[in-house]
Design a protein around this ligand. Structure first.
Ligand code: TYM
Length: 316
């Protein structure tokens, strides 16, 4: 029986947080037994915000360790980095030629970037097209992501349709897989958890860091139930059980935060330990990444033969 395929990716732009984990990474682990998987480290995407080569190098290794520590099995999931498979940027160019500027200008991420900075680089503008290439090269059935990536997956579908219409059917249309309960994990200030808002709880945080982050959660004093604390707490405990506890301890914010700190610690401590084990043998971890890149390259280069055939550049 042919297995279904999932594919997703993370930018090596800093430490992953519990929003990345619950919104996306956890699904990679949950899917790996039933699906063939691809877990990318999208280093070329991260270039638009990270221009420090030492940091880039470290971050790539860090995401790799994170993937291994959360339980991704390299025999079931191809873990690789985008820059090892040059077909991604090659296909991106071909997609560029069938994608219009007005269409990309409607993307939320572009509009946000434009509001903050008028001098947007072409890479930021083009970001969804490279992401479409990441996805479509491997024909995944599902793309597990958080809500903020929904539009990007829709763009990938539109580009696949346009290519198929223009040159003939070769791309499968992917579906975004977004878990409703964790589509937007809130940060310590109640907004979406995001590195750029400085409101994160890092996935592999040490105890002191967890405590500091939890204590900084902005509490609203209405009704005695601190909503922002509750919204994060429900990731770690059954919601009904939690509702009772929060009612019993109404108004006792400090106590509730202490309880949340302990619950997060209980969850993170074993992951942190596993990560430390993997970090003891970086060459072994890198060998997994390299082998993953070679496996992905095989699949991607086959797809590119089809693409070149379709667009008519294959003359030999
Ligand atoms: P990135 O690196 O920003 O985030 C990685 C994943 O984490 C999810 N996420 C969240 N989910 C719920 N709540 C949050 N607060 C939260 N913050 C982040 C993101 O939705 C994402 O799934 N463009 C992608 C990377 C990418 C990609 C791909 C993904 C490149 N190519 C191909 C899938 C397929 C990104 O920037 O993710």
């Amino acid at each position: 029986m042919i297995k279904k395929i999932f594919l997703s990716g993370i930018q090596p732009s800093g430490r992953p947080h519990i929003g990345n984990y619950f919104g996306a990474m956890k699904q990679f682990v949950d899917l790996q037994n039933e699906y063939d998987g691809y877990a990318l480290i999208v280093d070329y995407h991260a270039l638009h915000s990270l221009r420090n080569p030492t940091e880039m190098n470290e971050n790539i290794k860090n995401v790799l360790l994170d993937y291994l520590a959360i339980g991704l099995d390299p025999n079931k999931v191809t873990i690789f980095k985008q820059s090892d498979v040059s077909e991604h940027t090659e296909l991106c160019w071909i997609f560029d030629t069938i994608t219009t500027m007005p269409y990309l200008m409607r993307a939320h991420a572009f509009k946000d970037a434009e509001q903050k900075n008028k001098e947007i680089d072409v890479g930021t503008f083009n970001y969804p097209v490279l992401m479409a290439a990441d996805i479509l090269l491997y024909g995944p059935d599902v793309v597990p992501v958080g809500q903020d990536q929904k539009q990007h997956v829709e763009i990938a579908r539109d580009i696949a349709e346009k290519f198929n219409r223009t040159y003939g059917e070769i791309f499968k249309l992917p579906e975004a897989m977004i878990m409703k309960q964790v589509a937007v994990v809130p940060g310590t200030d109640g907004r979406k958890m995001s590195k750029s808002y400085d409101n994160t709880i890092p996935l592999f945080a040490e105890y002191a860091e967890i405590k500091k982050a939890v204590m900084s959660i902005v509490t609203d004093s209405s009704g005695g139930i601190p909503q922002n604390v509750f919204a994060i707490h429900r990731l770690f405990r059954d919601e009904n059980e939690l509702k009772k506890i929060y009612e019993e301890k109404s108004g006792k914010y400090k106590e509730l935060k202490e309880m949340l700190t302990e619950d997060i610690e209980k969850f993170i401590a074993p992951l942190r330990e596993k990560r430390k084990e993997f970090a003891k043998d970086i060459p072994k971890a890198l060998a997994i990444l390299k082998a993953g890149g070679e496996r992905a390259k095989e699949v991607a280069s086959k797809k590119m033969v089809e693409v070149r055939e379709k667009i008519g550049v294959n003359v030999y």
